[in-house]
Design a protein around this ligand. Structure first.
Ligand code: NAP
Length: 322
């Protein structure tokens, strides 16, 4: 292990998030990097844990209008992992995620960062000729396009759907007979890529910073397993030893019937429907992407069954403690 001052410093934005936490932990555990972890609060459980692992904690909120703070926070860093938090979509022409992503990227450039890894997604607007509206994909892709114009090295990771969506946002409901109904935003038999961001983002970003030239300009999917909604439910039933069934929340009506709370924001509903229709009709990833890469460089990437066993999840709502 090199002495502390010789190890490159990597700033991790959103360090308490599932992805950010994974990245910071993997970089620190490698012994090859120092980590500066950015968060709104230093006292949350994930941030305290990162501090115990040796991260330098800097308090700055991941929100628009803080470019000068981002620049100051990234100064002296060799690299930066940049991401955006879950963002409520705005009616066009508002692009809140694009605006935040640009500020982060410009701050990295101004701070003299040499290599940025951006957590992005495909450009749905471009891939569908404007037929589907999924701003949290397209705005990330626009940030990527902006980063590519900057004079720094850049690499892009595209995380699959999170397994944790079912623990945090689309929690299954227990019926009177004790069985669980998974209302899933996908049709039953269409294979889709899924991932555990908490364990998969880190190994991908570590591999990229370890081989910067090899990955310059690359856009890389990060996947744990490709499986159908029905396979997810059947696997849950087997692993958790519970009776469980699939119900469709794929259409707008079905989504709102199962999750009426989404109906409080028309733009959230439009985005959710646009996103899943995009993924089903066009594919979550563009055809040229390498769907094997992340599982090659990280053979321990969790399948859904492994994720269920590791998280000891039996259908209850779970929070990730940020
Ligand atoms: N869900 C999916 O299937 C999926 C798939 C691919 C990509 N994504 C993308 O992944 C990103 C989210 O990643 P994640 O799930 O790892 O994040 P997360 O666990 O939800 O954490 C987000 C972090 O951002 C901060 N944060 C949350 N709300 C904020 C706000 N309103 N203002 C400022 N900071 C806020 C919090 O950190 P502090 O309080 O510590 O500051 C929090 O720890 C989103 O951009 C999403 O589009 C999601």
């Amino acid at each position: 292990m090199s002495s502390s001052s010789q190890r490159p410093l990597i700033t991790v934005v959103g360090a308490s998030s599932k992805q950010g936490r994974s990245v910071a932990t993997a970089l620190l555990a490698s012994g090859r990097y120092r980590v500066r972890a950015l968060s709104r609060r230093a006292d949350s459980a994930p941030m305290r844990h990162l501090a115990e692992q040796g991260a330098e904690i800097v308090t700055v909120a991941l929100e628009l209008g803080r470019q000068a703070e981002f620049t100051a926070a990234m100064r002296g860093s060799h690299g930066a992992f940049l991401m955006t938090p879950p963002t409520t979509p705005m009616p066009p022409p508002g692009q809140p995620e694009l605006a935040l992503g640009r500020e982060l990227a410009d701050a990295a450039c101004a701070a003299g960062v040499q290599h940025v890894v951006w957590s992005g997604l495909e450009n749905v607007e471009e891939r569908t000729g404007g037929c589907k509206w999924a701003p949290h994909f397209t705005e990330k892709a626009r940030v990527e396009a902006h980063i590519r114009t900057l004079s720094l090295r850049s690499t892009f990771i595209y995380l699959a759907f999170f397994y944790s969506n079912f623990l945090e946002y689309y929690v299954p409901r227990r019926g009177a007979d004790g069985s669980l109904t998974f209302a899933i935003y996908l049709p039953p038999d269409v294979p889709m890529p899924f991932v555990d961001p908490l364990t998969a983002a880190g190994p991908a970003v570590l591999e990229i910073f370890d081989h910067p030239e090899q990955y310059a300009g690359k856009a890389l999917p990060v996947i744990g397993e490709i499986l159908t909604a029905r396979q997810m439910v059947d696997t849950f039933a087997r692993v958790a030893g519970q009776k469980a069934q699939y119900a469709s929340a794929y259409s707008r009506d079905a989504l709102l019937r199962h999750f009426p709370a989404f109906g409080t924001s028309e733009y959230v509903v439009r985005e959710l429907v646009g996103m899943v229709e995009y993924a089903v009709e066009y594919g979550y990833y563009a055809p040229q992407r390498d769907l094997e890469w992340s599982r090659k460089i990280d053979p321990g990437a969790l399948t859904w069954a492994q994720f269920l066993k590791r998280s000891e999840w039996y259908g209850q709502p779970m929070s990730y403690g940020a």
